[in-house]
Design a protein around this ligand. Structure first.
Ligand code: HPA
Length: 282
């Protein structure tokens, strides 16, 4: 048999329905409106959820669990900013060895149980040299030049079309509302393009220079697979990046995972309060 160099795990629509049924049962009548996926070191938003119920990923059929540092590996369901949310405390990354289809599985489950929107946060390196570490960026578009793609394989027509449009991945109203929340809080907030790399190695300085020429403002190892899947099935999306560090080669120092988690922890209180206020306003 000819071996394909890309490993494609075919999660069928029936697998998804099975996972969605299990999640629905664990939610016990609670119907989330918004899925929230939290980035490295940013998981503390889970502490703000009212009347939380906790669902470890391993209780959901076909669901993978997070192995990355700073990612707990459970859903938290409850109320936040007056909205019914399903929060992922711990996301899945392709660099952990999961297929892109596994990474986006929870997005599809959330959609199947009725969530119409998704908020994604992440930590990323600043490619734009006008940016500073510790600042926030609203993602207004993405660049993905690698093969990692959750939609490769037979299209699941029940979720969305074979060739989905990606002209407006991020919801214009959501961007506007989040921006005003940040500005009112005195935050220096950027809007920019997120360049997706699978990782897990950080980029080389030459790659960062190339990304800058291509129009990228930040670089990270997450978010884009989830956004592709969420747009495919018609969800409205807000994406927010914490610029945890200046990207490789900008400062004369090596990058480290610890630095990223620390930056996430330092910013998480601020970012979480903006997300909560955003939820109140939409
Ligand atoms: N590169 C890629 N991913 C990241 C970075 C970075 O500099 N910082 C946080 N996540």
């Amino acid at each position: 048999m000819r071996k394909c160099w890309v490993s494609i795990k075919m999660l069928s629509y029936n697998d998804m329905l099975e996972g969605a049924a299990a999640l629905k049962e664990k939610l016990n009548g609670f119907q989330p409106e918004i899925l929230i996926i939290l980035g490295s070191g940013l998981g503390r938003l889970g502490d703000c959820v009212k009347e939380p119920s906790f669902i470890p990923y391993e209780l959901i059929p076909h669901m993978r669990t997070s192995t990355a540092p700073g990612h707990a590996g459970r859903f938290i369901a409850g109320e936040l900013g007056g909205k019914r949310v399903l929060l992922m405390q711990g996301r899945l990354h392709v660099y952990e060895g999961w297929d892109a289809a596994d990474v986006v599985y929870p997005v599809r489950l959330a959609r199947l149980i009725g969530a119409g929107s998704m908020i994604v946060t992440n930590a990323a390196g600043a490619v734009n040299t006008d940016y500073r570490a510790g600042e926030l960026m609203i993602i207004n578009d993405v660049i993905k030049f690698n093969i990692v793609n959750p939609l490769i394989g037979p299209n699941i027509e029940e979720l969305g079309p074979r060739f989905p449009d990606m002209t407006h991945i991020f919801d214009a109203d959501y961007m506007r509302v989040f921006k005003s929340v940040c500005l009112e809080a005195g935050e220096r907030i950027h809007e920019g393009v997120y360049f997706y790399c699978s990782g897990p190695q950080y980029e080389t300085p030459a790659e960062i220079r190339a990304m800058r020429i291509l129009g990228a403002d930040a670089v990270g190892m997450s978010t884009v697979p989830e956004c592709i899947a969420a747009r495919h099935c018609g969800m409205r999306i807000l994406g927010v990046t914490l610029l945890s560090n200046m990207a490789a080669g900008i400062l004369d120092k090596p990058l480290s995972g610890e630095e990223v988690i620390e930056a996430g922890n330092a910013a998480s209180h601020r970012l979480n309060s903006y997300v909560e206020e955003f939820l109140r306003r939409i």
